[in-house]
Design a protein around this ligand. Structure first.
Ligand code: GLP
Length: 241
């Protein structure tokens, strides 16, 4: 795990965007694993700015998002499909057909999960996976548990995550309690992983991920076993390292 600490969130975002630019120039048909949440918003802005400057071309890219809330239509303002359209896809030249966010509204969610893993595989696997991290060290929506998950799954959200994300909904009751999420094994298959974390709220999760034991109670700790992980932090997120 290579950990880099930057002076502020903007410096983190610029560094993360440069890693995307390098990936796309090395392999124009890259399969990108994308993340939602507050953390990557600035990174997506920097990526859009590089795209507008002609420094990244997404014409041949494919993307797979980590997760989606169960029960939210794609056009719900808090759905992760809507987030991706607004924050990134509408502003770059990725082919809409090549962008994938799991469905949270299909009747057969088990089929959605199986098809998602199969689609990633048939596109050749994820080249670069962007991750944020939850306060409880979840990645995607893989919450602390007594085991590491395997493929894409229907995940129950913990109180910690519900409390952290409820602020984005009009009322806490509207916040979904479940999500479709890539599993830990799906994430670990990515060739390169780029995890970004900002703010003091994430300092404990980052310290446990980097220096703690590898345990499903700290889902991100499994990344210690991956040999190509880059971690970009602002000073506050790195404060307990
Ligand atoms: C969310 C997402 C994760 C994200 C994390 C942190 O619930 N499922 O992919 O990394 O929680 O979110 P934020 O960046 O808003 O702190």
């Amino acid at each position: 795990m290579k950990v880099h600490v930057f002076k502020d969130s903007q410096a983190v975002a610029k560094a993360a965007a440069m890693i995307f630019a390098a990936q796309m120039s090395e392999k124009p048909d890259s399969v990108l694993g994308l993340a939602t949440g507050a953390t990557p918003v600035e990174t997506y802005k920097e990526i859009i700015s590089l795209y507008n400057d002609g420094q990244i071309d997404f014409a041949k890219a494919h993307s797979y998002n980590l997760d989606e809330y169960i029960g939210l239509e794609p056009d719900h303002p808090q759905s992760y499909r809507y987030f991706m359209q607004e924050q990134l896809f509408n502003h770059i030249n990725i082919d809409p057909q090549n962008t994938h966010v799991p469905s949270g509204i299909a009747r057969d969610l088990a089929a959605v999960c199986a098809a998602y893993d199969a689609a990633i595989k048939s596109d050749g696997g994820i080249d670069l996976q962007l991750l944020g991290i939850g306060k409880n060290a979840h990645i995607g929506f893989n919450e602390p548990s007594d085991h590491f998950s395997k493929g894409t799954l229907v995940a129950d959200l913990t109180e910690s995550t519900i409390n952290a994300n409820a602020k984005f909904f009009d009322s806490a009751d509207e916040m979904p309690r479940q999500a479709v999420s890539m599993g830990i094994a799906s994430i670990m298959k990515s060739r390169k992983i780029l995890l970004i974390a900002l703010g003091e709220d994430k300092a404990k999760a980052i310290s446990d991920m980097v220096n703690g034991p590898i345990t499903p109670q700290v889902p991100a700790s499994i990344l210690q076993l991956h040999d190509n992980v880059i971690v970009l932090l602002d000073k506050a997120a790195a404060s307990l390292l």
